[in-house]
Write a protein that binds this ligand. Structure first.
Ligand code: BEZ
Length: 211
């Protein structure tokens, strides 16, 4: 079983999808990517999740982010379930869904958690940067649908952090103030950010550039 960590290069693979065969890193190119797994086709929570991701297609595009889903179901199941998800969610699913019946990709990304009931994939999420590094890993149990607004928020925070020496505080939203990284001494931070608000020597805020 693979053990992936933040900062690792996302492993590459080739797999059949609802949009044809894909070589993952080639398909991704130099975009951001959200790669998420779901336990099974024709199940209630997964139907709402895949629909929600479809409804957010403009939001992914705004963030230069490609989205791809995976489950261990067959391509035939994906192709017959997808129109049902679209009808229920009143949306079009434009992103590919990987068919992984032999669990090759799910094992590569450690998406199989037998403690969750069987050997299907759990609700994993990976955010991958343009340079193919894993920037976020999330694992949810089968019974809890994910909050994709939170995934968008993390994308916004990661993209902000790449524009300067920033970190984001708890519950940060785009437009909120950002924290100036501890890599920048306070004197230098004051020069870089004249609005610097020094709450503590280790907690300094500046007005956040918009993302
Ligand atoms: C669901 O998405 O609701 C679900 C997934 C796997 C097993 C049971 C339910």
């Amino acid at each position: 079983m693979a053990s992936l960590h933040l900062g690792d290069t996302a492993p590459d693979f080739t797999a059949p999808t609802t949009e044809g065969e894909i070589s993952f890193l080639g398909w991704k190119g130099n975009s951001w990517a959200v790669f998420f797994s779901h336990p099974a086709d024709y199940t209630p929570v997964c139907t709402t999740e895949l629909g929600r991701v479809g409804q957010l297609s403009d939001e992914w595009d705004k963030r230069h982010t490609k989205v791809i889903a995976l489950s261990v179901d067959s391509i035939q199941d994906h192709n017959s379930w997808k129109p049902e998800v679209e009808a229920v969610s009143k949306t079009t699913i434009r992103y590919p869904i990987i068919a992984d019946p032999d669990k090759k990709v799910a094992e590569l990304y450690d998406m199989i958690h037998p403690g969750e009931g069987d050997t299907s994939s759990v609700r994993s999420v990976f955010i991958i940067s343009p340079d193919n590094l894993i920037k976020l890993m999330l694992t949810y149990p089968k019974s809890v649908g994910r909050n994709f607004d939170e995934i968008l928020r993390v994308l916004d925070a990661l993209q902000l952090n790449e524009t300067g020496p920033f970190a984001t505080p708890a519950d940060w939203r785009p437009g909120d103030r950002a924290i100036v990284s501890l890599d920048i001494p306070t004197d230098a931070a004051k020069e870089l950010f004249p609005d610097l608000d020094v709450v503590k020597p280790y907690l300094r805020y500046t007005g956040s550039p918009s993302v």
